[in-house]
Design a protein. Structure first.
Length: 141
């Protein structure tokens, strides 16, 4: 190999590495955004459950019949948030699997730069966990 071929190979390697890093950064940003949305939805669930509990206890304390029409909107909010959380978690799992699959393909690439066939199932080694706050206990009002 001549010097110019080595230089061209090094340049191609650097370009591919930069593109791969950019793509992984985008995926990690999307995962982080999804996790933030999950935490926001979990907070909405806690608030709705708190409000639902207050309504229920109010009716219980005064001996009134439970008014399901009053409870239903809160129950629906909780259900919607739980559905969104499940969808986001599935999306995160898909992104992680895609990212792990890309890493397996890159590792299997030969020196000519051609990619090896993608594996049928890629399993992520370690789940990525992003915590925004360590405080899970309700605050006194």
């Amino acid at each position: 190999m001549s010097f110019s071929e080595n230089l061209e190979n090094a340049r191609n390697f650097a370009v591919n590495a930069a593109q791969t890093a950019a793509q992984k950064a985008k995926v990690l940003a999307a995962i982080a955004k999804a996790n933030v949305t999950i935490y926001a939805e979990e907070d909405k669930i806690r608030k709705a459950e708190l409000q639902l509990g207050k309504l229920y206890y109010r009716d219980f304390a005064v001996g009134e019949e439970m008014d399901s029409a009053e409870y239903l909107p809160w129950c629906e909010k909780i259900s919607e948030s739980k559905k969104l959380i499940a969808e986001l978690k599935d999306s995160i799992d898909d992104m992680k699997a895609e990212m792990a699959g890309d890493a397996d393909v890159e590792a299997a690439a030969d020196e000519t730069g051609e990619e090896a066939p993608k594996p049928e199932e890629a399993k992520p080694e370690e789940p990525v966990v992003i915590e925004l706050s360590g405080e899970d206990e309700p605050k006194a009002e």
